[in-house]
Write a protein that binds this ligand. Structure first.
Ligand code: FE2
Length: 203
C-alpha cells in the first residue's frame, strides 16, 4: 500500500499557530460530530460538517499568512488541526497553477471547501478492459470559491487539480487522525486511464 509520501504534497506542521476563527471552526465541527456515535453511516455526518465549513469560507481571517504559503515544487499541505480523540483532522491545501494530486481514495469521510480560487475534481471508477483493470473518468466538477463537497468511501477515487491560473487554497476535513499516516489517503492508483463511456457531467 502506498503511503502519503507517494503523493507529492509537502506537509507543513504548524497546528499550534491557528487563528481564533480557525478555533471557532474546529469547535463548530466538534459540535456536529457529537451525535455520530448513534449514527449508522457517514453521509449525514459529512453533510453537516460540509454545512459548517461552508459558513466559514468567506472569512478572510480564517488562516494565517503562513498557512497560505505555496510550494513551488508541489501542492502544499498545512496541517491545521487534529482532534485529540482522533475523530477528525483539518488541513489547508495550497495549489499553484498546474499542481495536482495523484489519483487516490480515502480511508474516511472527507469534506472539501474552496477558500481561494477554484479547484477541479475528476472522479473515476475501476473497470475491466481487455483483461486488465483500468480507471474510467466518471465526472469532472469545478468548485469555485465558497463551494463545498463531501466524499464517503468506498467509491471515492478522484484527482484534484488547481483549476485557475493563480493560487488556489482549499480546506479539507477528514474523519480520521491524519497525524498517524500523514494523510487519510487509502491508496494511490497508478493504472491506465480509459475513457470508457465518457464523462457523465461537467459543472
Ligand atoms: Fe482526496
Amino acid at each position: 500500500m502506498k503511503t502519503a509520501t507517494a503523493l507529492t504534497a509537502r506537509t507543513a506542521h504548524a497546528a499550534s499557530t491557528g487563528t481564533p476563527r480557525l478555533t471557532e471552526l474546529t469547535a463548530a465541527i466538534r459540535t456536529e460530530l457529537r451525535p455520530t456515535r448513534t449514527e449508522a453511516s457517514d453521509g449525514p455526518v459529512a453533510a453537516r460538517v460540509a454545512a459548517v465549513l461552508a459558513s466559514f469560507l468567506h472569512h478572510p481571517d480564517l488562516l494565517t499568512p503562513a498557512q497560505l504559503e505555496p510550494d513551488p515544487h508541489a501542492y502544499r499541505q498545512h496541517l491545521l488541526h487534529v482532534e485529540p480523540d482522533g475523530s477528525f483532522s483539518m488541513v489547508a491545501l495550497v495549489w499553484l497553477p498546474g499542481q495536482a494530486t495523484r489519483i487516490h481514495d480515502h480511508t474516511a469521510w472527507c469534506v472539501v471547501g474552496t477558500y481561494l480560487g477554484a479547484e477541479e475534481e475528476t472522479a473515476f471508477r475501476l473497470a475491466e478492459q481487455d483483461g486488465r483493470t483500468v480507471l474510467e473518468p466518471v465526472a469532472t466538477t469545478v468548485f469555485p470559491t465558497g463551494a463545498v463537497a463531501h466524499l464517503t468511501p468506498p467509491g471515492d477515487i478522484h484527482l484534484v487539480r488547481n483549476a485557475t491560473s493563480g493560487k488556489a487554497v482549499s480546506l479539507h476535513v477528514y474523519g480520521a487522525d491524519v497525524s498517524v499516516r500523514g494523510s487519510s489517503i487509502r491508496r494511490v492508483y497508478d493504472l491506465p486511464i480509459h475513457p470508457g463511456a465518457g464523462e457523465e457531467g461537467r459543472a
